[in-house]
Design a binder for this molecule. Structure first.
Ligand SMILES: Cc1ncc(COP(=O)(O)O)c(C=O)c1O
Length: 408
């Protein structure tokens, strides 16, 4: 009854549509590419002719994202990955080998340390962990067997800031590469290659996406360092999906505006928290009282969107404040347009030992706030009410205890 060719035609009609005048960058949601001849396929696979091959390692939408990030970071090139951790593991695979060591700051993102210590240490790569601001310890730890020096600055959640130029000199004196995780600031507020870093990494699902929609990672640097990384990506396969690359491209268009507003909001929030009678301590490198304020001013164009603060003495009070918030969401992410709060000791750094947490200053009463684009007054009111509610609960229970003691 029906034309036999329908099954074939329904798959083929319209496939040559021309998207070249589409105003938005086209989304190349494709795994494969068609070649004009068998010879062309062989040449592209062999790398003797340029062109797309297979979306695990070549995709035009992903490539456009990589080019924009490279431009923003003032880098020769960038390679995108499925996540920040995928990017970091590719860096280790590309530049470390059995018998070498990696020197890493203790203050890095919790999973970074876990990945190095629990996984890569099993491949004969020694992992040396040093206090981020202890430059004597860096000096002692880096030696001729060091292949990679890893630092995150500003570090999350305590906002410690490393002197990138100093660390790059130490790394280069021993022939090692310096990787800076610059997720917290994006290239709008910090460009570590200028200070001598070799590789800049972003968990791109944070501020780069900025709307909490995707997981993504990207690494930038000179072309000679990006080539081995792309070779790892081709075999390791933790590639960024074209859909996420397309979302990120749209987000990059507003990155500068968002980072400026978020950074300004966060500085005002940090100053306000610092004066709040129910806040024990505030950690934000934009505050003059922060130990890293001077280096932050010297190498950053802003202080970013994360401020951490201590409430009460224990986890109980920190959780009570979180639970009393009405507007700010409890979520373990940063860099969204909407503000979020996290209790690092029981989430992002929950797999660390209490000793490691304490050595970074991550106490049980610490909260991390990722400030979004909402009205600052609304955010402050939410926190103010939550602090007072949590404090009232505490004083009521203390009153209850003393009443019991009186009765006894
Ligand atoms: C500073 C920093 N680096 C790296 C990562 C890991 O990135 P991803 O979650 O994209 O794997 C995170 C994740 O939260 C992070 O905050």
């Amino acid at each position: 009854m029906f034309n036999d060719q329908r099954a074939t035609q329904m798959l083929r009609i319209g496939q040559d549509a021309d998207f070249s005048d589409s105003f938005c960058e086209p989304l190349a949601l494709t795994s494969a590419y068609s070649f004009s001849s068998a010879r062309e396929a062989a040449a592209r696979f062999g790398g003797t002719e340029p062109g797309n091959v297979y979306s695990r390692f070549t995709n035009p939408t992903v490539n456009t994202f990589e080019q924009r990030v490279a431009f923003l970071e003032e880098a020769e090139a960038a390679v995108a990955f499925a996540s920040g951790m995928a990017a970091l593991s590719a860096v280790v695979m590309a530049f470390a080998a059995s018998g070498c060591n990696i020197v890493c700051a203790r203050d890095v993102f919790g999973t970074t340390l876990i990945m190095l210590r629990q996984h890569f240490a099993r491949y004969g790569i020694e992992v040396r962990v040093v206090g981020m601001l202890d430059y004597d310890a860096w000096e002692k730890a880096i030696d001729s067997d060091t292949c990679l020096v890893i630092v995150e600055t500003p570090a999350n959640p305590m906002q410690h800031v490393a002197d990138i130029a100093r660390l790059s000199r130490m790394a280069h004196d021993h022939g090692a590469l310096l990787l800076v995780d610059s997720t917290m600031l994006t290239p709008i507020l910090q460009r570590p290659l200028r200070q001598g870093a070799d590789l800049v990494l972003h968990s791109a699902g944070k501020y780069m996406d900025g709307h909490g929609r995707c997981i993504a990672g990207v690494v930038c640097g000179v072309d000679a360092l990006m080539q081995p990384l792309r070779a790892v990506l081709r075999s390791q396969g933790a590639c960024l999906s074209p859909m996420n690359a397309w979302l990120l491209l749209k987000s990059l268009e507003t990155l500068e505006l968002r980072m400026q507003r978020i950074s300004a909001n966060t500085l005002s929030m940090a100053r306000w928290l610092d004066k709040h009678p129910n806040v024990a301590a505030v950690f934000y490198s934009g505050l003059e009282s922060h130990p890293c304020h001077d280096i932050a001013c010297a190498q950053q164009a802003g202080f970013g969107g994360v401020v951490s603060f201590e409430v009460g003495m224990s986890q109980k009070e920190a959780w009570a404040v979180m639970d009393a918030l009405q507007l700010i969401s409890i979520a373990t992410n940063i860099g969204d347009t909407r503000s979020m709060v996290t209790h690092p000791a029981s989430t992002t750094h929950g797999r660390w030992s209490p000793e490691d947490r304490m050595s970074c200053g991550i106490g049980d009463n610490l909260l991390r706030l990722s400030v979004g684009l909402e009205s600052l007054a609304d955010l402050q009111q939410d926190i103010d009410v939550a602090l007072k509610t949590a404090l009232d609960q505490k004083s009521r229970s203390l009153q209850g205890c003393s009443l019991l003691e009186t009765l006894e």
